[in-house]
Design a protein around this ligand. Structure first.
Ligand SMILES: Nc1ncnc2c1ncn2[C@@H]1O[C@H](COP(=O)(O)OP(=O)(O)OP(=O)(O)O)[C@@H](O)[C@H]1O
Ligand SMILES: [Mg+2]
Length: 313
């Protein structure tokens, strides 16, 4: 069963550069959440702060009630075992073959026998379609294969929290579709709490329970997918539709008059409240026999009703 992650008032800067400030959100236990945002808004920095690799300036990250921003290094080492992380660059060891890379967390954090390790490593490699490439070095395989190797490595410890930094970048569309199904199936099977950073809007629409958007040093919105996908907030709409028209520019800033003009030119459809299409959710595949997270779904729906009641009041 996954654990809830509660982020409150989190701010991070490097020197004088504020990356984001006052970020508060709750990643509900056992649900899949996606974080979106233009390049450079600090999504990777956010993931690294959640695992305790980067220290925030202020704010807290509570995991199972413990604020990990205040833990000492040896306490953090224990907490990190709860996490499976796929870093943006895969972060594989260049001198180790894929088998040893994927076995690494098991050898580092457990006392499992080599035969047990072998069983787990091959099972995960099979899951991501890498059987036969055990002996290859990271430098000898394609970018997409490195991604999948990083994914397999993130899964070997049966984590309760899974963080993926752009698992789909560098993959072809068919592999992205398989990966999305894999994520949904995994979530149904292991009930872990997922946070996925992605630029792929189609994935963001179909896969998660919740969506967040970072823009201009703020968390613009975070909430149930239904809320974001039907939102009339201009930044959210522009991003989810992948349009040039709207507040987000190439260099991130646009002047207000230009935004006004662009939104007007899009016509009435863009002004009708709730006119956005709610893409159907991707369901676990037929091979998944466990009931798909009834409890998580019930909680999600209760939260939706609560938010609606607040909005209507
Ligand atoms: N260790 C660091 N020291 C100083 N600045 C950093 C460090 N890590 C990240 N940054 C800065 O923080 C900002 C956000 O970086 P980050 O990698 O989190 O962006 P991102 O949203 O993940 O972008 P992308 O979508 O391109 O991956 C950038 O301006 C980057 O230069
Ligand atoms: Mg990044």
């Amino acid at each position: 069963m996954g654990v809830e992650i509660c982020v409150e008032g989190l701010t991070k800067s490097f020197g004088h550069q504020v990356i984001w400030q006052d970020v508060s959100l709750t990643l509900p236990a056992g649900e899949v959440s996606v974080m979106l945002g233009p390049s450079g808004t600090g999504k990777s920095v956010f993931l690294k702060t959640l695992v305790g690799l980067l220290k925030p300036d202020c704010g807290s990250v509570k995991i199972a009630g413990r604020d990990i921003t205040r833990l000492r290094e040896h306490e953090l080492y224990e907490v990190r075992k709860l996490f499976g992380v796929l870093f943006q660059d895969g972060a594989l060891f260049g001198s180790m073959n894929l088998y040893d890379n994927i076995a690494f967390p098991l050898r580092e954090h457990t006392r499992k026998s080599e035969s047990e390790i072998r069983r787990i490593v091959l099972e995960k490699m099979d899951m991501v379609g890498l059987i036969g490439s055990e002996g290859k070095l990271p430098g000898e395989i394609s970018g997409g294969m490195r991604k999948r190797a990083g994914l397999a490595r993130a899964l070997v410890l049966d984590p309760e929290i899974i963080l993926f930094d752009e698992p789909d970048s560098g993959l072809d569309p068919v592999r992205v579709a398989y990966l999305n199904q894999l994520i949904v199936d995994l979530n149904a099977q292991i009930d872990a709490t997922f946070l996925i950073v992605t630029h792929d809007i189609a994935s963001a629409r179909q896969v998660p329970d919740n969506i967040g958007l970072l823009f201009r040093r703020e968390l613009v919105m975070f909430g149930p997918r239904e809320e974001l996908l039907t939102s009339d907030e201009p930044v959210v709409r522009q991003f989810l539709n992948g349009r040039m028209q709207g507040p987000i520019g190439m260099a991130e800033e646009k002047d207000a008059a230009q935004v006004e003009q662009e939104l007007a030119a899009l016509g009435d459809g863009s002004k009708t409240p709730g006119s956005q299409a709610l893409t159907p959710r991707l369901l676990p595949g037929p091979g998944i026999t466990r009931p798909p997270r009834w409890e998580a779904i019930a909680r999600h729906e209760a939260e939706l009703r609560r938010r609606k009641a607040v909005a209507d009041a």
